[in-house]
Write a protein that binds this ligand. Sequence first.
Ligand code: PLP
Length: 374
Amino acid sequence: MTKQFLDLAAPQIAGLTPYVPGKPVTELERELGISGSVKLASNENPLGCGEAARAAYVAAAAELGRYPDGAGFALRRAIAAHHGVASEQVTIGNGSNDVLDLVARVFLHPGQESVFSEHAFAVYPIATMAAGARARVAPARDYGHDLEAMAALVNERTGVVWIANPNNPTGTWIAAEPLQAFLSTLPKHCMAVVDEAYFEYVDEADYPDTTRWLDDYPNLIVTRTFAKIHGLAALRVGYGLSHPHVAELMNRVRHPFNVNAPAQAAAVAALEDLDHRTRSIAHNHREMARVTAGLAALGLDWIPSVGNFISVDLGQPVGPIDGALLREGVICRPVANYGLPTHLRISIGLADENERMLAALARVLGETSRFGAG
Ligand SMILES: *Cc1c(COP(=O)(O)O)cnc(C)c1O
């Protein structure tokens, strides 16, 4: 980027590095001239969405000439009923990333700071910096959030604290008690965002549903998404739950038609489809076991994950191994940009996709160690 153009941008934009998404299958296949590759790079639900959501999406195609309901009345009502909160507490977003961005635009401005953990989700620094605020990064503990280290960075300039529970790309999680203690000591002028994108996958007794705490903490914003367990990543729907006045502030800057009509319809149907969620969770547990067993057989280490992905420590910079996996048609996600240069994040796929990934990894590692020896 030349200075001539950089100088045109607002100063906070000039300093930004863009989010790096998982490589789309079509792009990889075009580059390498291959076909039939598998994508385990974006933590999508390998089962896709449920039948009811698909049917609602297709039915919505009859009305493509109409603007969506800008207020998302039916969707907000369904989300509110699902969580036992009021519709006024719901902010809908074009994916939960959109909600994170709304939080930053409303609650951060130049001169302020946001606090998050090392190895935390990449959207937090982007949203913070785009709002002209400064990112303060607390060191992680055992790859996960160290809430004491985060609390130590909170001061009178802190507008937002971002917490991913579980975190991506580490798959680490925070138990109810320490999280509650953290929220209780957080100053009232500071918003706490708890990003629960992988909530449904977690099967730990002490894992909190922070939507239950909304009445206790007027500065709490919980975000959820339809992109992961609901299998609707393509449609971009997420939401925030908060105090009604916090939601009202975010609705002041929300684009009126930020969630399109087929997405709203599919999301309502997905919320009602408990069977699909149950199937998806069971699939993830079963396949996570297959993947960890396979990784153990290869003598590899990983960060224990409660999500639908796992970050594997290859013990060396992952570039060459990732490149060799891509040539095998297996797309995973290097996470060096998360401060994890020797880890490769692998999403849990269908059984045959996971088998294929493990076989490719075995071949690639075998070849790498042969090169190393020779
Ligand atoms: C995938 C993910 C999201 C969801 O983003 P969407 O915009 O809803 O697709 C949010 N937070 C984290 C930590 C994630 O990994």
